[in-house]
Design a binder for this molecule. Structure first.
Ligand SMILES: Cc1ncc(COP(=O)(O)O)c(C=O)c1O
Length: 379
């Protein structure tokens, strides 16, 4: 690779931080025992995993036995949705939103093929659901409501406490995809009244391929992965001890630093937006205003009559990593379902960039990013 890239895609993934890497190392070599084995090096690793479970549970105010490790956010979302649906064969309706991650939307579409009815709630221009509409759509046949805590594209933070209140009142299970939210918002599963919550370590400076599903005690859910009796017989497969250790360390550090990082990321987002707006007055900010209803490091902007994918390629030539607002479907580049759901006007939708910043973003990098964008958009 050429020079170190200027990275503005923290919502996509993050680099494992040094402390996490060091915590993981012993478990990749000397501490290799299988946690299910009955001799010391296995028993030691079982204890390690349970210690990690305890750390994670305490941070989100869950009980230790409510934390289940799995392969990441995609699996956790699949498990929550299909697992609850299969455990409630007499209730065949699910409510979700139009702006969920594909791991939720495609799980729901799979269930539709099996005869389940899925209601996809609309969102307003900033990406918020209508709480009254949610309440009205819940029926005695609803087995699950699945609504993400924070959106990965436009940063919208839903009022999950209100959503939890509605679901609890109506006696319906609530799942939330907290994969983008977890390192930015303090989570208290009891206060939020969520029954299932997914997260993934690679969004908060932990390793890829490890995640977690919180399952409230008493929630009826089928297994997705069948095999041995790991994870209290709910999720089979030899545990990835090193990655579990890495995830616990990463989440612990991200909780400790949450406030400082959020403040800094919000300030830097504002700086980028102000610079761009000054030079390109007809720029459009997609999602809520920068502030408490938006993920602090998320900036999603559109430029009028600009080709966002081309812009992204050209920035890449300069060593700058950003995302577009498009998704690739069978070789066709199409505006993302999220931008369509918030009804970004035609002349803007294709000119969208998602810029996400993180703990290592530097002001000098922002100089270069904004200069390169302005130069290209104004030409
Ligand atoms: C909101 C959201 N949900 C789910 C996922 C999938 O998580 P993973 O990459 O761990 O499978 C992502 C990752 O991009 C995400 O941002």
């Amino acid at each position: 690779m050429k020079n170190k890239p200027l990275y503005f895609d923290y919502a996509s993934t993050t680099k494992i931080r040094q402390e996490v890497y060091e915590a993981m190392l012993p478990y990749l070599q000397e501490e290799f025992g299988n946690p299910s084995s009955l001799y010391d090096i296995g028993i030691h690793n079982k204890k390690t995993i349970n210690q990690c479970r305890k750390v994670i549970a305490s941070l989100i105010n869950a009980e230790q036995h409510e934390i289940f490790f799995c392969s990441g956010g995609t699996e956790a979302n699949n498990w929550a949705i299909k697992g609850v649906a299969f455990a409630h064969p007499n209730k065949r309706e699910i409510i979700t939103t139009k702006i969920e991650h594909p791991s939720v939307l495609n799980s729901c579409q799979f269930l539709e093929k099996l005869g389940y009815k899925v209601i996809y709630l609309d969102v307003d221009a900033e990406g918020f659901i209508n709480l009254q509409e949610l309440e009205e759509k819940i029926t005695p046949n609803t087995c699950l409501v699945s609504i993400m805590m924070a959106n990965n594209e436009i940063g919208t933070i839903q009022d999950l406490e209100a959503i939890g209140g509605i679901c609890a009142r109506k006696g319906v299970l609530l799942h939330t995809d907290a994969i983008q939210a977890i390192s930015h918002l303090p989570i208290d599963v009891k206060k939020l009244k969520v029954d299932l919550l997914s997260f993934s370590a690679h969004k908060f400076y932990g390793p890829k391929g490890i995640g977690c599903l919180y399952i409230r005690t008493g929630t009826k859910i089928e297994n997705l992965i069948h095999g041995g009796n790991q994870e209290r017989e709910k999720r089979a497969g030899t545990e990835n001890v090193a990655y579990v250790v890495g995830m616990a360390k990463a989440i612990e550090l991200s909780y400790q630093e949450m406030f400082t990082h959020n403040e800094r990321e919000r300030t830097l987002s504002e700086l980028i937006y102000d610079r761009l707006k000054q030079a390109i007055p007809d720029i459009r900010l997609n999602g809520p205003a920068i502030g408490s209803n938006r993920l602090p490091g998320n900036l999603n902007v559109s430029f009028k009559n600009v080709d966002g994918s081309q812009l992204c390629f050209e920035l890449n030539e300069q060593g700058i990593c950003v995302s577009t607002g498009s998704a690739c479907h069978s070789d066709l580049i199409e505006p993302s379902h999220v931008l369509q759901a918030i009804r970004v006007p035609d002349e803007y939708i294709k000119g969208t960039l998602r810029i996400t910043i993180g703990k290592d973003t530097k002001v000098e990098e922002i100089e270069k990013l904004t200069q390169e964008i302005i130069k290209r958009v104004k030409k």
